[in-house]
Design a protein around this ligand. Structure first.
Ligand code: FMN
Length: 189
């Protein structure tokens, strides 16, 4: 993979606001993008088996039927990865949280596979306001970045988007994504 940008779409809903944000990012980022939908990647949730505590970097759930390793590999190859996620009960959807939890294998590693790479996010919520709306999601991804050795970049937070076509119809929302992509992407092109 030679794409400088990796976009991880975190909504289980196809054709919704996260997908619209991904399309806009693809158009606005200054380089090619690899795109994956985490809800369709077959990421199994961590079961706290303890293997990674004794064998840092290993995960007992890796295998042909599991999609986590391929997503992490793409993250470590891209210069900048962006998770695009709706807010579900003040957090990210369960499928995306399962992916985050699978990074536990590198938490105790001295060799951080994401060193020199960056992580950011676009968060989307239906509420029109609320200063804590994105707080849980942001903190989780910030600590995922830390565990992987990646640099965390401030996310873009979009309020007031609920129905599946609302971002695609929002001139202001699309403009904010283009602006975010231009400012952030320029540093990694
Ligand atoms: C299970 C569930 C929980 C949600 N929880 C919240 C919430 O806590 N706060 C909020 O503002 N929106 C919440 N929403 C609304 C979504 O964030 C919103 O519809 C978003 O635009 C969906 O993005 P998508 O089209 O990419 O799926 C929730 C939606 C679902 C389905």
């Amino acid at each position: 993979m030679n794409e400088p940008f990796f976009l991880v779409s975190c909504s289980p809903r196809r054709g919704g606001n996260s997908d619209a944000a991904v399309r806009e990012l693809q158009n606005a980022l200054p380089g090619s993008c690899l795109v994956r939908r985490v809800a369709e990647a077959g990421v199994r949730p961590c079961v706290s088996c303890g293997l990674c505590a004794s064998h840092p970097g290993s995960c007992a759930l890796d295998g042909p039927e599991d999609g986590a390793a391929a997503l992490f590999q793409a993250m470590f190859q891209a210069r900048l990865s962006i998770l695009i996620s709706p807010v579900y009960f003040y957090h990210i959807p369960a499928q995306a949280k399962a992916f985050v939890d699978r990074s536990q294998r590198w938490w105790a590693c001295s060799e951080k596979p994401g060193r020199g790479k960056a992580l950011s996010a676009v968060f989307i919520g239906a509420r029109s306001r609320g200063e804590k709306l994105f707080e849980g999601a942001e903190r989780t991804l910030r600590y995922m970045a830390l565990g992987l050795g990646m640099e965390w970049r401030e996310p873009l937070c979009l309020y007031g988007l609920d129905g599946p076509g609302e971002l695609a119809a929002s001139v202001e929302g699309l403009e904010r994504i283009r602006d975010f992509a231009g400012r952030l992407g320029g540093a990694f092109s």
